[in-house]
Ligand binder design. Structure first.
Ligand SMILES: [Fe+2]
Length: 410
């Protein structure tokens, strides 16, 4: 195979799939895929850096050639990429905009940017889930419409970034849309589709979410067995914890049990450092009855006592491709001091039909018929001194739900 010809024919940029993410302790991680060794990140001088900064990333060559169930004629299978990763410690840089380009030989990217946390008590961020199906025409519209409504520096997702994680073109479709991802910090929980090597073929799941791990930066502070998949970071006055609810077949294993123990430790270790505790996990323990019945039956009793004990404010999840949101719940019952669960449904076009059983559940406060009305859903979370307020929108910026959560005494 002539690699140069292949790259041209398959429409691959020398630098592709660029993601900048928030890490713990004010650090920022930038990860991207390069076709060649020796690329670098150039951060332009600003009020924080007096001179331009050159970051030479750690470069790890990877491909999916060893997995015979991965589809051939796909760049992840046919060629190797260098997963390039650089970190910046910006804990003293509050509310500052950083602009950067990535350079590989004669090629350089457009200018990209991110803005650091500002330590304010009043700020907002975007929240999404389930961007699949890949190549849909609604995800980027939804993201860009929310961005036009309010400028935020952080965008979080509850997983299922693509349908088939082994498909380079789905990641390219999602991330190489400069309007959507070029000026925010983006973090996601691991969804079950991050394990999928072949669409709709259960037997073809990776044991590890290999493309996700090579593409997404993540704070390296998770429990054993879960490095870079389960993690937390403090951003302004919020503690964000990202849990990994594993692949499509798993609802309990050692990794999940480790995460629950670790979760309590993280909350205890960060006491006094945050006003709100927000969890991102893919599967919805208070979502659909019908979609994945084991999640309600088995995961729910494992997770909610820990969330109660730790006084979680809100859990954002998805996986069901239906929108439902609970009242405050504690001890599996209505309780105004409890936790809100938002199954955001879908920020793409994979949607499931209305489920009456969820709507009639006394714990459920709101259902939106996303399939019947062809809606993609995203949220803007507004953090304030005394409350969180969450505006939930469809792709045309119709507000479909609204939620207020008073600040808890901790
Ligand atoms: Fe899912």
């Amino acid at each position: 195979m002539n690699k140069r010809k292949y790259i041209k024919e398959h429409n691959i940029n020398p630098i592709t799939l660029i993601v900048a993410s928030a890490l713990d302790n004010g650090k920022i991680g930038i990860k991207y895929q390069s076709l060649k060794k020796g690329s670098y990140v150039l951060i332009f001088r600003n009020e924080y850096f007096k001179d331009d900064i050159y970051l030479f990333p750690e470069e790890i060559k990877w491909d999916l050639k060893d997995y015979d169930y991965v589809k051939k004629d796909n760049p992840f299978y046919d060629i190797s990429f260098y997963s390039c990763y650089a970190e910046l410690d910006l804990k003293d840089a509050l509310g500052i905009k950083f602009e950067y380009i990535i350079v590989s030989g004669k090629y350089q990217t457009e200018i990209r940017s991110f803005e650091t946390q500002n330590n304010l008590k009043k700020w907002s961020y975007y929240s999404f889930v389930d961007f699949q199906h890949g190549f849909n025409d609604v995800t980027h519209k939804l993201i860009n419409n929310l961005k036009s409504l309010k400028k935020c520096n952080l965008m979080l997702c509850s997983g299922d970034l693509t349908g088939t994680s082994a498909n380079y073109y789905e990641w390219q479709w999602l991330l190489d849309n400069n309007d959507s991802f070029s000026d925010v910090l983006f973090n996601s929980a691991v969804g079950d589709h991050e394990y999928w090597a072949k669409y709709e073929v259960h037997a073809s799941m990776f044991k590890e979410p290999i493309p996700y791990l090579n593409i997404m930066p993540a704070a390296n502070n998770g429990p054993d067995l879960e490095k870079n998949k389960t993690y937390y970071f403090l951003f302004n006055n919020c503690l964000f914890v990202f849990l990994n609810t594993q692949d499509s077949d798993t609802v309990d294993n050692e990794n999940i049990q480790n995460q629950l123990v670790w979760f309590k430790e993280v909350v205890n270790n960060n006491k006094g450092l945050y006003d709100y505790l927000i969890v991102y996990m893919h599967k919805s323990i208070y979502g659909s009855f019908e979609n994945d019945t084991r999640v309600r039956k088995m995961m729910r009793p494992m997770f909610y006592p820990i969330f109660d004990e730790c006084k979680v404010d809100v859990v954002f999840s998805g996986h069901d491709h239906r929108y439902s949101r609970t009242h405050a719940i504690k001890d599996d019952k209505l309780n105004q001091d409890g936790t809100y669960y938002v199954d955001l449904g879908s920020s793409g076009n994979k949607r499931r039909v209305y489920e009456e059983e969820v709507d009639k559940d006394p714990l459920c406060a709101r259902v939106v018929k996303i399939k019947e009305e062809e809606l993609a859903i995203g949220a803007i979370v507004n953090v304030d001194v005394d409350k969180l307020s969450i505006d939930i929108y469809d792709q045309d910026l119709n507000k479909v739900d609204y939620l207020e959560i008073s600040k808890k005494k901790r």
